[in-house]
Design a binder for this molecule. Structure first.
Ligand SMILES: Nc1ncnc2c1ncn2[C@@H]1O[C@H](COP(=O)(O)OP(=O)(O)OP(=O)(O)O)[C@@H](O)[C@H]1O
Length: 249
């Protein structure tokens, strides 16, 4: 379980996150919603190690990981995607996903540079697993295409596949439905269900509230850095403050 305990993040005079606590459980989809600028991406950046906390703690199975750098969080099983996909544009879909598996590599740089047999074996295993993921997420037909030649939806699904390549226990998705068509959102919904069924804990930051209320087990709502409501989708959807600051806007 990931526990966020009373965390704050200040940028100069702005409290981007102001004493927020939440948890992400294995096999559960936790939605994080709120108006623009309410602190959702800042929360993801702290969970994944891109921002230091101003105060509070983040624990992973009871161990404080607040100060662990990005690569270490990836190694303990916390993956993320970005609002704007951050892919290696000239590499193929397959190579982008293989790169996602590298936090788990046991080969050092020198062994890799020298092409030692154990590196080649590891590379073959990563490639086989990456190819399975690519087929599973529906990108099999573009496996060898360069990432910059993919359409928007394909890039979004590739980001998720790359995150899954490191066999995460938790995945943080930053607005994965942004710019997707209705059919593509349905596919995304199926993918997220599959992740949950596989026991992965999902934190879903998303403005498509129909999707959030349909697939999340629990939802947290932020406004100006503060948590204003946490509960089941039905509880959150009916909350007058959530309607006032976000849903009714
Ligand atoms: N690196 C930064 N430096 C200064 N201020 C920042 C930084 N990152 C975020 N902020 C500020 O923190 C607040 C929260 O921003 P954040 O991007 O987390 O909101 P959000 O809920 O993800 O918004 P959106 O829905 O538009 O993506 C905003 O006031 C933003 O301007």
């Amino acid at each position: 379980m990931i526990e966020v305990v009373d965390i704050c993040k200040r940028f100069g005079g702005i409290a981007a996150i102001d004493h927020v606590s939440l948890s992400i459980l294995p096999g559960e989809v936790h939605g994080l919603i709120g108006p623009n600028g309410s602190g959702k991406t800042t929360m993801l950046n702290m969970l994944s190690g891109y921002y230091e906390l101003t105060s509070g703690a983040i624990r992973h199975d009871g161990v404080d990981i607040s100060r662990l750098p990005v690569q270490h969080r990836a190694r303990i099983g916390v993956a993320r995607t970005f609002q704007k996909p951050r892919l290696m544009p000239t590499l193929s879909v397959l190579d982008n996903v293989v790169l996602g598996a590298w936090p788990h590599s046991t080969s050092g740089f020198l062994a890799t540079a020298l092409g030692l047999p154990k590196v080649n074996k590891e590379d073959r295993e990563f490639r086989a697993y990456a190819a399975e993921l690519i087929h599973g997420i529906g990108l099999g037909s573009v496996m060898h295409r360069r990432a910059n030649l993919l359409d928007h939806a394909e890039q979004r699904f590739l980001e998720i596949a790359r995150g899954l390549a490191m066999r995460p226990r938790f995945i943080l998705l930053d607005e994965p439905a942004g710019g997707l068509t209705g059919n593509e959102i349905e596919h995304l919904s199926d993918v997220i269900h599959t992740l949950r069924d596989a026991g992965i804990g999902v934190l879903l930051v998303e403005h498509h509230t129909d999707l959030v209320f349909r697939i999340c087990d629990r939802v947290t709502t932020l406004n100006t850095g503060k948590m204003i409501k946490h509960g089941t989708p039905d509880e959150v959807r009916a909350d007058p403050e959530v309607i006032r600051v976000y849903l009714g806007a």
